[in-house]
Ligand binder design. Sequence first.
Ligand SMILES: *C/C=C(C)/C=C/C=C(C)/C=C/C1=C(C)CCCC1(C)C
Length: 247
Amino acid sequence: MNLSINFLSVAKMATDDYVGFTFFVGCMAMMAASVFFFFSMNSFDKKWRTSILVSGLITFIAAVHYWYMRDYWIGTYDATTKLGDSPVFFRYVDWILTVPLMCVEFYLILKVAGAKKSMMWRLIFLSVVMLVTGYWGEAVDRDNAQIWGLISGAAYFVIAYDIWLGSAKKLAVEAGGAVLKAHKTLCWFVLVGWAIYPLGYMAGTPGWYDGLNGVLDMDVIYNIGDAINKIGFGLVVYTLAVNSSEK
Ligand SMILES: *C/C=C(C)/C=C/C=C(C)/C=C/C1=C(C)CCCC1(C)C
């Protein structure tokens, strides 16, 4: 596997490569968001700095992966089929790093209300189950993709339940004010924003949902989901830091 980042000989993107274009724009958006979060970090109260740092790490890790995935797609692009190879492995490497960091964000903003580390580890564990089973269905045991997707979806459901109605919710209510508001917005991101991903999965794997295959493109859906969720999540935390630093 050639992991060297190639600055000198640049692969040309075909002008009709719309999927490649979403990788390109995604990469740029993640880079810009990272610069924004890192540079704004020090203007906040100490207790919010780690949260903003984690927001920046999430988009930065994604930017590095998008740089690579964009290259991977362009390098395998076939002008006749107008398709490249999906960078499935690196997609999941990105997620397995960034989704647990999003669980850390929940913990960090609820720490003011006394959140315990056990809550964070539970969310991280569930997110790893969700992603490993999803990867298995997408890359290893594609014949049973719908079963793996179902298991992955169950873990996703428990995560959503935990933050909407479980112990995280109780802590958010105790904290009240700006923290409660931010928690609620993040909950919506998980419920609606994260629901974009199973759609991409269904577009890219065989199953009862085969009709979706020709209509939607898996990589485009994942790229849109990542931009909304990674940058959006960070902006919610940023807004929380702004609102609670003013008072
Ligand atoms: C930054 C990346 C994020 C927020 C990725 C989130 C990914 C998911 C919520 C993926 C969920 C999946 C299912 C619920 C079922 C099918 C398999 C997955 C892994 C696509």
